[in-house]
Design a protein around this ligand. Structure first.
Ligand code: ZN
Length: 466
């Protein structure tokens, strides 16, 4: 039955692809990449959530292609955004490992490998105007993700004081309206940060999600780094009611970003840019609300941190309403954009394009192995997805977990040690993948990035540097 479904999808895609208009017309389509920080997929009603957190994005999903199983390459900002922009897994692009400066002995974060080509660089070389509007210390230009951007509008900020979603939309609209050269296509990347801690939504937007709360907590929810660590370890506990209040504030942040993105979409339609652009909306990683007895992100490779929304509107709205059930990865995005634009380049992604040129077939991807990595915080972890199975390896303790996502999507029943329950060759395959990654890591020894002192201070406050 499953194979039949995949086959039907392939034929549907094949039929539909002849209509895809990624690269027709004289000027190449504009590309708009929207990365909303910290959005777990199952908190959007277009993905089945029982609360309407993001109504404008629900509408956008109906008008676009929705990917139901998109996996982040990492559970935290820097390596994930680097994977989106390079099409490479973290062990290949190298951004976000710990590294000590040999001269100063200062602990730091490694920057994007010089050998990694970014989508931005390729588009810039292909006469695209390239503009990025980013926030957070992880996007410090010293970390290399600014490569290829003509305009890199970065605001370091911190959890409480960061550029709001409204400001990001305003900056984007201002650039589109006043600065861009209308005879050239553009690549615009918008990084919205609001759903990341602190949760401080406008009170009226949070209200529908916190209305029933009778407890003592008050917004904003902004734990300090030592507090956050205690919450993650279960040393600071919250009642179920307090937990749902905290989650309600997060939902309020989603609602606020949705409003700002809706305004941006309205502008795109008004300026006649919506229909002729390739628009990709996704997140860098999810957020945990005690699904596995912890909180926030960056500490595990469970689904609540790795499953992200991915919604792609092709130019002309081709295939709108299509839902892709097959698993895809963030490392598929860069190659897909280039395939859509029919641009040949030296970018060699680890992923596979989910957009095909007209007339070509998108191959079923269900059996493909997809990986995710955590290299920075706590014990290093690796995850391997294969069909319905997911294997997680702790590289320090060598502890293995195996889950059957088809029957256990919340990863509560570890099958490891129950040999009959999953294909045993999967462990050998995974050990091979892990050994390959370890070899590549040992061959590349990047040094920490030269960061703004202000960024270093903020990374320390966030617990990413000691
Ligand atoms: Zn993030």
């Amino acid at each position: 039955m499953k194979n039949k479904n995949i086959l039907a999808l392939v034929f549907a895609l094949f039929a539909a692809l002849t209509g895809w208009s990624c690269s027709r017309g004289k000027q190449k389509p504009n590309v708009i990449l929207i990365v909303i920080d910290t959005v777990r997929k199952d908190h959007l009603s277009c993905y089945g959530y029982n609360r309407q957190t993001m109504p404008r994005i629900d509408d956008f999903a109906k008008d676009a292609v929705r990917f139901d199983d998109a996996i982040a390459a990492s559970p935290w900002t820097l390596p994930s955004i680097a994977s989106i922009l390079t099409g490479l897994y973290p062990h290949n692009h190298q951004a976000g490992y710990a590294g000590k400066d040999p001269k100063t002995n200062q602990e730091g974060l490694t920057y994007l490998s010089q050998g990694a080509i970014t989508l931005t660089e390729v588009l810039f070389q292909n006469q695209y105007q390239t503009v990025g509007i980013f926030q957070s210390p992880f996007m410090d230009p010293g970390l290399g993700l600014n490569r290829g951007f003509e305009v890199y509008n970065w605001e370091p900020g911190d959890n409480m004081q960061t550029r709001s979603a409204s400001e990001v939309s305003d900056l984007a609209m201002e650039w589109l309206d006043k600065t861009r050269n209308k005879s050239q296509p553009f690549f615009l990347v918008l990084h919205y940060f609001d759903p990341h801690l602190a949760y401080a939504p406008p009170p009226d937007l949070a209200l529908p999600f916190t209305l029933k709360y009778q407890g003592k907590m008050k917004p904003p929810f902004n734990p300090s780094e030592p507090e956050l660590e205690k919450i993650q370890k279960g040393q600071i506990k919250f009642s179920k009611e307090d937990q749902s209040f905290i989650e309600g504030l997060y939902n309020g942040e989603l609602n606020y970003v949705d409003f700002a993105i809706g305004r941006f979409f309205d502008y795109l339609k008004f300026a006649n840019l919506y229909d002729q652009s390739l628009i990709i909306l996704t997140s860098d990683h999810g957020e945990e609300f005690w699904d596995h007895n912890s909180f926030e992100h960056g500490h595990s490779l469970y689904q609540e941190l790795l499953q992200v929304p991915l919604i792609v509107r092709l130019p002309g709205g081709e295939n709108k309403g299509l839902v892709i059930k097959e698993r895809v990865s963030q490392v598929d995005i860069a190659g897909s954009v280039l395939a859509c634009l029919r641009i040949e380049s030296l970018l060699r992604p680890n992923g596979k394009s989910f957009i095909s040129m007209p007339g070509a077939v998108v191959k079923p991807m269900a059996s493909r192995a997809i990986i995710a990595e955590l290299n920075r915080i706590g014990d290093p972890l690796q995850a391997l997805y294969r069909n319905e199975y997911k294997l997680i390896l702790n590289r320090t303790t060598a502890k293995i977990q195996v889950y059957n996502l088809a029957v256990d999507p919340q990863e509560k029943n570890n099958l490891f040690g129950k040999k009959e329950a999953f294909p045993p060759e999967m462990v050998d395959q995974f050990k091979g993948v892990a050994a390959g990654i370890a070899k590549q890591e040992s061959e590349k020894k990047p040094l920490p990035a030269k960061l703004d002192p202000n960024t270093i201070q903020k990374l320390k406050a966030l617990g990413y540097l000691k």
